[in-house]
Design a protein around this ligand. Structure first.
Ligand code: NI
Length: 403
């Protein structure tokens, strides 16, 4: 009995141990199975590879670069554009939305429309940037970063050799309206948009006026081209006698949005003329100008800057002087003129040149790009005044503007 009881006791203990062991086993194994099944679910998802139709590869990529992420843009569930920034430099990856495959920009452009696409980009580059920048970027031989946003494509341009080199990051905004016919994906089109136009003044940047006296002459047409190439405008203080001599040039100056002011009929010192003569020569010159451009002079710069109260009170015009005199009639040296202006120039300045000197016109080829990369916008005297919020009043003298 004792033995039996003892046996029974051992059996009971064994049963309990067995039960406990099986419980532990059951518990751990079920946990294990749960864990496994959890993995299996993930694996299943991976096998399908999408969440709401979007590839999980994109999610994985974004989680890896999340500290550098600028934006992740889905475009009509066709592509995803992921843009990141590191050390002030953008990079981008374009994904196929569904497959998560990386694709390049070219694959979004219809094969037979590639040339037209890049031609449009070139056109927009020339609208935004001066020629010395646009012509380099249009070569597409640097590093381009493509950021596809909701309504526009932004191209960032890196590693281009431009002389002089702009300090800020170069980029172009290409609205989808401009390229919709060349894309093989569907994009959102906004009803109103504006292309970036480099000839529009940015009031947050420095602005100066360039003025050219004593013309027009045989270099004036070239000067207009150089100004246009550099997104610059200028005021031309012309002589009446040269207006009749170069009517086509006057027309070109006017047609290209340049300003024309009066600089006397034949460069006579106003102080040595009768008031009536000054007035009759101005009237005659106004007639010449009106016949060509339909406009009359609104600004006057007296020859030699020679003016007295009598003349000032006699003529109903604003008088435009200058605060930077290049003395380009004395210095026929492109480099000297460029350096001289760059050393002195300040926001609001009115700079004096003469377009009758070849070197002065040639100097614009080096000066205007330097002004541009140093943040200066070059415009007419009237534009300068209005962008500084100033009205040009008759009988008053202006030498420069300050904010
Ligand atoms: Ni003069």
């Amino acid at each position: 009995m004792k033995f039996k009881l003892r046996n029974q006791y051992i059996t009971n203990v064994l049963i309990v141990i067995a039960l406990l062991l099986s419980l532990i086993f059951a518990f751990t194994s079920s946990f294990y199975v749960q864990k496994l099944s959890g993995n299996t679910t993930d694996d299943n998802k991976k096998a399908i590879g999408t969440s709401n139709g979007k590839s999980l590869k994109i999610k994985e990529y974004v989680s890896k670069i999340s500290d550098k992420l600028v934006a992740e843009v889905d475009i009509n569930k066709e592509i995803t554009s992921v843009i990141t920034i590191e050390d002030n430099k953008y990079s981008s990856v374009i994904f196929n939305y569904e497959s998560g495959e990386e694709i390049n920009l070219e694959s979004l452009i219809t094969k037979e429309k590639q040339e037209e696409f890049w031609h449009k980009v070139k056109e927009l580059l020339y609208l935004k940037y001066p020629k010395f920048i646009a012509e380099k970027l249009a070569c597409n031989d640097g590093e381009n970063v493509y950021y596809l946003k909701e309504n526009e494509l932004i191209i960032y341009y890196y590693n281009y050799t431009i002389e002089p080199m702009p300090k800020e990051t170069l980029f172009l905004k290409v609205n989808y309206n401009e390229i919709k016919d060349y894309l093989n994906i569907s994009v959102n089109l906004d009803s109103e948009y504006e292309n970036e136009d480099g000839s529009k003044l940015d009031l947050n940047k420095k602005i100066i006026a360039l003025t050219f006296d004593d013309g027009p002459g045989s270099y004036t047409q070239d000067l207009v081209d150089i100004l246009n190439d550099n997104k610059a405008k200028a005021t031309f203080f012309m002589l009446g006698k040269n207006i009749i001599k170069y009517p086509k040039t006057v027309q070109k100056v006017s047609d290209n949005g340049m300003e024309i002011g009066y600089h006397s009929y034949a460069h006579t010192n106003f102080k040595r003329q009768k008031l009536e003569t000054i007035k009759s020569e101005l009237d005659l010159s106004n007639e010449y100008l009106k016949n060509i451009t339909g406009k009359t002079f609104e600004l006057v710069r007296p020859p030699y800057g020679s003016l007295n109260d009598e003349i000032k009170n006699y003529l109903d015009v604003p008088f435009i002087f200058w605060n930077v005199d290049t003395e380009d009639w004395r210095h026929h040296d492109q480099k000297y003129l460029t350096d001289y202006v760059m050393n002195l120039v300040n926001d609001g300045d009115i700079i004096l040149f003469h377009d009758i000197h070849k070197t002065s016109v040639e100097a614009m080829n080096s000066l205007l790009p330097l002004l541009y990369v140093n943040g200066y916008q070059v415009t007419t005297v009237s534009n300068l005044a209005s962008s500084f919020g100033k009205t040009l009043n008759n009988k008053q003298i202006y030498r420069y503007f300050s904010r």
